[in-house]
Design a protein around this ligand. Structure first.
Ligand SMILES: Cc1cc2nc3c(=O)[nH]c(=O)nc-3n(C[C@H](O)[C@H](O)[C@H](O)COP(=O)(O)O)c2cc1C
Ligand code: SF4
Ligand code: SF4
Length: 437
């Protein structure tokens, strides 16, 4: 039986799977007891850690801001299918207030097994280093094992006042990803927190810090003493306008089209970018995978790109605890099948393959597309001028791939709806592979 335990920032966890920080994961927003019970349910199925939702320094939930948010899923027709989930909300409406947040930490730490870490997701004191240090110290005193600085939330950053603050350079109140994308403001804050608390500190990054700036940012965060980087939080976007209603929003019950956050499958490649490049260029800081992970296999992919632990967020909205159960079973079976005794054996395995394109050995002449005639329906998609080497010719009887021109690029394989194309290594040169029905 595979050993799923992993050591993360010096703490042994019973598994590398966790629950992301998520302020709307249960019906109990503002009800810390309901939220705590909800997180304990995940701990019962062997997650290695849980996060609190973002905890702000304010004591009281503002009376004029009752909880509110809108969700919308974006789908295209086949073959594109599910694209992602959008959410619009206002930070003040969903933030976890200080005292309920601290009591959530206390209860979770008392009731969860020792090898399930409680990660406090902290947000809020603008760009004030001492304010951040005080805030995070409260979480440590309440029993948190690890501090995760949420300097990446898309929600406060997409408010009008943040945009104005950014435009006029008055960034002292910056919150969310506006702070996390500003090294001059962020690094003193990280240093102050690291100096103050005695538990490991990490920074949850925003995908708004793109490549290659993310590398410099991560180096600075590491130098400031943070032990890990979580990434990514949700990117900021704008919903599609309703093309049949004069461009208004398509949100349930809203004609407006608010600046919003995007979640789910399409975030995954922003996460992989961060994991891949940070593992390759900023070794020595641990990484947490979150963002677009919605299938059990994604966890292994993220870990091979260097994540030591991985968490689900919007995937849990679709599948709940089942996603974690399935992923744990998958991980265990996968490790047995591959002969991995511990997760350490595959963490980071993919990093050595991350290479700049100019270093690739393209091997154009060694690979060739072949078509399985039993699967090919002669739909013509691959023959319709997508082949840069013009090597696919279609006639009613046969599809010909001419090895003199085929460079094994894989495009025809990628767009074939029937999975009829394979790219094979040609041991011996072949002129014109033809497959007839
Ligand atoms: C409604 C909602 C609330 C969230 N609340 C938090 C939060 O409190 N703290 C945080 O760091 N991230 C929060 N997130 C971001 C998630 O933890 C995660 O980074 C993001 O959803 C991307 O992962 P996904 O693509 O798997 O959904 C929230 C996301 C959503 C949709
Ligand atoms: S796209 Fe696939 S199914 Fe369609 S013609 Fe090409 S190989 Fe055949
Ligand atoms: S692999 Fe590329 S070059 Fe070869 S047939 Fe397919 S699309 Fe053309």
């Amino acid at each position: 039986m595979a050993d799923l335990s992993v050591t993360f920032v010096g703490k042994k966890l019973r598994s590398p799977l966790g629950v992301a920080s998520h302020a709307v994961l249960n019906p109990g927003v503002g009800d810390s007891k309901a939220e705590t019970e909800h997180l304990k349910k995940y701990a019962d199925i062997a997650v290695g850690y849980v996060h609190t939702p973002f905890i702000c320094p304010e004591e009281e939930h503002p009376k004029d801001k009752p909880p509110a948010w809108k969700f919308m899923s974006i789908r295209s027709r086949e073959p594109f299918a599910m694209e992602g989930l959008l959410v619009a909300t206002e930070a003040a409406r969903i933030m976890c207030r200080l005292n309920p947040g601290l009591s959530m930490i206390e209860t979770l730490r008392e009731e969860l097994p020792e090898d399930v870490a409680v990660i406090a997701n902290m947000i809020g004191p603008g760009a004030d280093p001492e304010g951040w240090a005080d805030h995070c110290e409260e979480a440590e005193d309440a029993g948190a094992d690890i501090i995760e600085m949420n300097v990446s939330c898309p929600i406060p950053a997409s408010e009008a006042r943040s945009v104005m603050a950014y435009q006029c350079g008055e960034m002292t109140e910056s919150a969310g990803c506006l702070l996390g994308d500003s090294p001059a403001l962020l690094i003193p804050v990280v240093k102050a927190v690291v100096d103050r608390v005695n538990i490991p500190v990490g920074v949850k990054l925003t995908p708004e810090t793109g490549f290659p700036r993310i590398i410099g940012m991560a180096e600075e965060i590491k130098k400031a003493g943070a032990k890990f980087i979580t990434g990514i939080n949700a990117p900021i976007t704008c919903g599609p306008p309703d093309i049949y209603k004069g461009g208004q929003g398509k949100w349930p019950g809203l004609s407006a089209n608010p600046i919003c956050a995007s979640l789910g499958p399409w975030d995954r490649f922003l996460l992989y970018r961060n994991l891949g490049v940070l593992s390759a260029f900023v070794p020595g800081i641990e990484l947490t995978g979150v963002g677009g992970l919605v299938e059990p296999e994604h966890v292994v992919e993220a870990m091979m790109l260097g994540a030591r632990i991985c968490e689900f967020s919007s995937g849990l909205l679709w599948k709940g605890t089942k996603l974690i159960e399935e992923s744990l079973t998958f991980l265990s079976n996968y490790m047995d099948q591959m002969g991995y005794k511990s997760v350490e054996e595959f963490i980071g395995l993919g990093v050595k393959y991350i290479q700049p394109v100019e270093e690739l050995d393209w091997r154009n002449e060694d690979f060739l597309a072949t078509v399985d005639d039993r699967l090919c329906t002669r739909c013509g998609r691959c023959a319709n001028s997508i082949c840069s080497a013009r090597s696919i010719m279609q006639n009613p009887l046969r599809l010909v791939i001419d090895s003199r021109y085929c460079i094994g690029c894989g495009l025809c394989q990628a767009i074939c709806p029937e999975n009829a194309v394979s790219i094979v290594e040609q041991k011996h040169p072949v002129i014109g592979v033809s497959l007839e029905k």
